[in-house]
Design a protein around this ligand. Structure first.
Ligand SMILES: [Zn+2]
Ligand SMILES: [Zn+2]
Ligand SMILES: [Zn+2]
Ligand SMILES: [Zn+2]
Ligand SMILES: [Zn+2]
Ligand SMILES: [Zn+2]
Ligand SMILES: [Zn+2]
Length: 200
């Protein structure tokens, strides 16, 4: 929006209105013992010019006509943005970063060792293993109608002992993020043996 007519062209000062993420910014966050990297997204300024003696340009504000915009979905474990274009239809993908501590991981080793855990390395070398998640359908669990890789936990378990929980497969743990499992096919096969007694 221009507030005067001086006979010159003006650069639009508004922000890009396109859907999706214009630019992903990686910021180092210095902590006492380690540097963490967190991602945030930046809306870029509109790059259109406003012709002389006009208030506005025609059309939407955009940082670049038909420019690339990233998908705005973040991995829920590391909060890194999907690296695919906005509006893609296949499963989300990213290169993953430092795990953000959550209720299920806060008592993990790195709290004590000061070792940073990368989202895509957390399960490395674990062999067969399940993950813990909140139960999403107690009724189905009771009736045995749930997926074979969901095992209801009958004991009260931390965190939030009052909320029922399940042991779930590594595969389902990643399915619930909507992101592609970042581990190799070989590792995924090994991880999946967690409940193979029940599968046989
Ligand atoms: Zn002017
Ligand atoms: Zn943009
Ligand atoms: Zn504009
Ligand atoms: Zn991640
Ligand atoms: Zn995506
Ligand atoms: Zn359950
Ligand atoms: Zn896992």
């Amino acid at each position: 929006m221009v507030d005067h007519f001086c006979g010159n062209e003006h650069l639009c000062q508004e922000f890009c209105e396109d859907d999706g993420v214009c630019k992903v910014v990686i910021e180092p966050k210095q902590q006492i013992t380690r540097t963490k990297y967190i991602q945030s997204n930046e809306k870029l300024k509109c790059s259109k010019k406003i012709p002389p003696n006009e208030f506005e340009h025609i059309g939407k504000h955009t940082h670049k006509e038909d420019g690339f915009h990233y998908c705005n979905v973040k991995c829920k474990y590391c909060e890194y943005y999907c690296t695919l274009p906005y509006g893609h239809t296949q499963i989300h993908e990213t290169r993953h970063g430092n795990m953000k501590p959550n209720e299920f991981t806060s008592d993990d080793n790195f709290e004590f060792t000061g070792q940073e855990v990368l989202c895509n390395l957390k399960c490395k070398g674990l062999g067969r293993h399940p993950h813990v998640d909140y139960c999403q359908n107690e009724e189905n669990c009771r009736l045995g109608n749930q997926r074979i890789d969901i095992q209801h936990i009958d004991e009260r378990a931390h965190p939030h002992p009052d909320r029922p929980k399940d042991l779930i497969s590594h595969k389902l743990y990643w399915e619930r993020t909507g992101f592609k499992d970042p581990y190799s096919v070989q590792e995924q096969k090994e991880f999946a043996k967690w409940n193979h007694e029940r599968m046989d």
